[in-house]
Structures are given as structure tokens and as C-alpha cells.
Design a protein around this ligand. Structure first.
Ligand code: 5GP
Length: 189
């Protein structure tokens, strides 16, 4: 039997590419995969719970933690700050399970510098038109936020070639199967 090693997987892609759904489905198939809870200065959306979806911090508290060196990585994304806490990564990796970080491209490149063995996986939407449909359809963003997220999508897509793996999320079942396959294959190495 091949040996399984705990790995750090970083998933990025434009807002609306379907990262959250994909990751939730893959974790249902591979329950040993841990997920980190990020910190953000964005306000909670309806139904979001502090400590579950994110650690919702004030700008002052976020900055204090940046200065105290508490983040593995952090970045300004869509007008707010988002970051991964060292405490989230260290505790979970030490327990021997692989981890998924669902973070933006700036954060992903910082993680790769700090953990060169991290596996960077980029999720692409089939097209920008589909991305717009998904962002408008999910109804969580104001029209201005949809436009901001779409214009940021173009600069994020331009960095896809810095990733180890690129996956197009067109058919969800197929994308889930592909992402599970990628994760399993790296865990075997
Ligand atoms: P949302 O506001 O839709 O929850 O997330 C917006 C974007 O922030 C997503 O594309 C997500 O990848 C990114 N993001 C979430 N958590 C982190 C984090 O800890 N670090 C970084 N750099 N980006 C994050």
C-alpha cells in the first residue's frame, strides 16, 4: 500500500468559480482533509458564523495580528483584508491531516514561498460570462461588488499559470472527481 503524506493544498480562483462548493463536495469524499478558517475584515453575510465561516475581525484587530506575525499570509481582496492564521495551519498539519486553504492568488503565492511543497490548484470558470451569471445569481453581492469581483477575476486568471494544477469548473460532478483525483495523487507522493 502506498504511503499517504499530509500536504498543504491551496485552492484559488475568481469569486464565483465555485471553489466553496467544490471544496465542500471533495471534503465529503475525503473526510480526513482539514480546512482552515480564515480571518477577514469583511462583514458577515447573512447566516455566516464567526469562527465557522471566518474569524470576523475589526480592521484594528486584523492589523494588530499582522504586526504580531500571526499570519502565514494575508492580502487585500475586493476591498477587505483576508488572511490565514499560523495557529490554524500549524495545529492542523501537526495532527497529520492534509489541509485545504481556500485563498486568493496573492495569498497563494505567499504560501508557496513559505511552504515550497504546497500544491497550488487554480479553479477556472468556463468563461467570464458564466462567472457573471453565477455572481449575480447567488445574490450575495451588490451590483458594485459584482463588478469589482469581475474586474479582479481577470487579473486572477492571468496568474493561473503560476499554479501546479488548473481545473475548469464547468460540470460540477466532473470537477469534484478531478479535484479528488489531484489531491489523492499528491498525497501518495
Ligand atoms: P468572500 O468574501 O467571497 O468570502 O471571499 C473573497 C475572496 O477572499 C475569495 O476569493 C477567497 O479566496 C479569498 N480569501 C478567503 N480567505 C482568504 C485568506 O485567508 N487569505 C487570502 N489571501 N484570501 C482569502
Amino acid at each position: 500500500m502506498s504511503r499517504l503524506t499530509s500536504k498543504l493544498f491551496v485552492i484559488s480562483g475568481p469569486s464565483g468559480a465555485g471553489k466553496g462548493t467544490l471544496v465542500a463536495r471533495v471534503r465529503a469524499e475525503l473526510p480526513s482533509l482539514g480546512l482552515t478558517v480564515s480571518a477577514t475584515t469583511r462583514s458577515p453575510r447573512e447566516g455566516e458564523v464567526d469562527g465557522v465561516n471566518y474569524y470576523f475581525l475589526s480592521k484594528e484587530e486584523f492589523e494588530r495580528r499582522v504586526n504580531a506575525g500571526e499570519f502565514v499570509e494575508w492580502a487585500h481582496v475586493h476591498g477587505n483584508c483576508y488572511g490565514t492564521l499560523v495557529s490554524e495551519v500549524r495545529g492542523k498539519l501537526d495532527s497529520g491531516s492534509s489541509l485545504i486553504l481556500e485563498i486568493d492568488v496573492q495569498g497563494a503565492l505567499q504560501v508557496k514561498e513559505r511552504f515550497p511543497d504546497a500544491v497550488l490548484i487554480f479553479i477556472k470558470p468556463p468563461s467570464l460570462a458564466v462567472l457573471r451569471e453565477r455572481l449575480v445569481g447567488r445574490g450575495t453581492e451588490s451590483p458594485e461588488m459584482v463588478e469589482l469581483r469581475l474586474s479582479n477575476a481577470e487579473s486572477e486568471l492571468a496568474l493561473a499559470d503560476r499554479y501546479d494544477e488548473v481545473l475548469v469548473n464547468d460540470d460540477l460532478d466532473q470537477a469534484v472527481a478531478e479535484l479528488s483525483r489531484i489531491i489523492r495523487s499528491y498525497e501518495r507522493n
